[in-house]
Design a protein around this ligand. Structure first.
Ligand code: 5RP
Length: 231
């Protein structure tokens, strides 16, 4: 549950990120409640100032919200390189390594992050940590889910298949896959862990984003204003 303070922080982060978008840009649109505020401000700029942008949504949620806001959409097929992406995160460490995927959109979010020249991560201060220790979601091919479960357990993950809310049984992602939430405790070496998960056939992507610190700017919304963090 978000407190009023968290909502204000998320709004400030989202609005700040949207303020940096320039005319003519192709913008990756992440998933989650903080990105909604960025989209809200982009919509205002489109309607009021005639800002011309096209968005690449990372989920059905992002696409639906963008359409409601009148943000024109395009695809990664049309634009394999994006000017900028705006996305949220579940945790951010001092090296700007992220854990993402609470909303089960991590696979497309990582594709969009990889395709973007610059990535703005919008968060409230509760997301900033010294050591990553949140659940790491892994998107898995249903065909291989038992085998991937076993391999993740051998890595010490304590995996749990994510169940739906208002749906019986597992969450089925926008890509038709399952999510295994993995509890690794405090993660000493996120880069090694990401590589170990990537080496499991059928583990399609995980929520650790370790390779993008150089192009990430984190916008930490606060109750009043923002703090901008980059390497
Ligand atoms: C979805 C995500 C979200 O970006 C992340 O969970 C942050 O969400 P919010 O801004 O609602 O806190 O990774 O898969």
């Amino acid at each position: 549950m978000n407190t009023a303070e968290q909502v204000a922080s998320k709004r400030n982060a989202g609005y700040h990120a949207a303020g940096t978008v320039e005319d003519g840009m192709v913008v990756g649109l992440g998933t989650g409640s903080t990105v909604f505020f960025a989209m809200e401000r982009l919509a205002e700029r489109i309607a009021r100032d005639g800002l011309r942008i096209a968005g690449v949504p990372t989920s059905y949620q992002a696409a639906i919200r963008a359409r409601q806001y009148g943000i024109p959409l395009t695809s990664l097929d049309e634009h394999p390189v994006l000017d900028i992406a705006i996305d949220g995160a579940d945790q951010v460490d001092p090296g700007l390594t992220l854990i993402k995927g609470r909303g089960a959109a991590l696979l497309r979010e990582k594709c969009v992050c990889d395709a973007a020249r610059k990535v703005l991560i919008v968060v409230d201060p509760t997301k900033m940590v010294d050591t990553l220790d949140a659940l790491v979601p892994v998107e898995v091919l249903p065909f291989a889910s038992a085998a991937v479960f076993r391999r993740l357990a051998l890595l010490g993950a304590g995996p749990v298949i994510r169940d739906g809310v208002k749906k019986d049984g597992p969450v089925v992602t926008d890509n038709g896959n399952f999510i295994l939430d993995c509890d690794f405790g405090a993660i000493a070496d996120p880069r090694d862990l990401e590589a170990a998960i990537a080496a499991i056939p059928g583990a399609l992507e995980c929520g650790l984003f370790t390779a993008y610190g150089e192009k990430i700017t984190v916008i930490v919304g606060e109750e009043k204003g923002c703090r901008v963090v980059s390497l």
